[in-house]
Design a protein around this ligand. Structure first.
Ligand code: DGL
Length: 269
């Protein structure tokens, strides 16, 4: 059985890559809801609805575990999915909080979408688990479109990072959590603007480790002899998705990507 992974776009591939690395025998199905991104500027109700539709599609593929590779969807819909779905559901908040907690830092920036930050989902857990930490929230709404346009190395990305992050330089922060799965693709621009001494925390590897552990505990790991199959779906522009997947992750340009329309009577085949 496969694992299902989804995000609004290519950002979740940063998590896909780590899962594929740590679970090299596992079949994976990835869905990028490219027709409806960005999620980060949508209302909580809309994000919940989109997330449920993505989950519903992946469930129709008989997955054994779901990874919500999107901090925005995790912030707004993870609790609901974990309660309602008949399979284990993993999100991005827990791995992010674990990295912060283990780092024993005092001043941490939380970089995410507007919806993630205004949901206060991170702030709620952090105030319970790491009450000593001072959090500096910065919403960076232009980062997602820059990545989706393949402009992560363009000077505009550096200018945008400078615009959002330069004010942090006088706050003496020690680390910044990349609380959006698109942001690791802008690591260079972010590091340059936030300052070389600030440690950038990317929770995607920890997410993959947590998934591996859960599969191990449930005896659901695939045998080492199995070669994995990967399937990709997008809700719009499969060609652009393939181009970005090649540019960011070296995946073959001829990547076979299926285009689907979500919620068309929820009758997926
Ligand atoms: N990659 C997503 C996240 O982790 C959201 C990007 C968006 O669609 O705004 O939050």
């Amino acid at each position: 059985m496969s694992l299902g992974i989804f995000d609004s776009g290519v950002g979740g591939l940063t998590v896909f890559r780590e899962i594929a690395r740590l679970l090299p025998n596992q079949d994976l199905i990835y869905l990028g809801d490219t027709a409806r991104l960005p999620y980060g500027s949508k209302s909580p109700e809309t994000i919940l609805r989109y997330t449920l539709e993505c989950a519903e599609f992946l469930l129709s593929k008989k997955i054994k575990l779901l990874v919500v590779a999107c901090h925005t969807a995790s912030s707004l819909a993870l609790e609901y999915l974990q309660k309602e779905l008949p399979i284990p559901v993993f999100g991005m908040l827990r791995p992010g909080v674990e990295l912060i907690r283990e780092s024993a830092l005092q001043k941490v920036a939380l970089l995410g979408t507007e919806a993630t930050l205004s949901s206060k989902a991170y702030q709620k857990i952090l105030s319970q688990e790491c009450p000593q930490i001072e959090i500096f929230k910065v919403a960076c709404p232009l980062f997602v479109p820059l990545v989706e346009e393949g402009m992560h190395l363009h000077p505009l990305s550096i200018q945008t990072a400078e615009y959002y992050l330069a004010p942090l330089r006088e706050k003496s922060i020690q680390a910044a959590l990349l609380a959006c799965t698109h942001y690791p693709l802008l690591t260079d621009a972010i590091q340059q603007s936030i300052g070389p001494s600030v440690c950038l925390l990317d929770p995607s590897e920890r997410c993959a480790q947590n998934v591996k552990l859960a599969l191990q505990n449930e005896h659901l790991l695939e045998p080492a002899s199995k070669s994995p199959q990967y399937q990709f779906y997008t809700t719009d522009y499969p060609d652009r998705f393939a181009r970005l997947a090649k540019q960011f992750f070296g995946m073959p340009l001829s990547l076979d990507i299926n285009k689907l329309e979500l919620n068309k009577n929820l009758n997926y085949s």
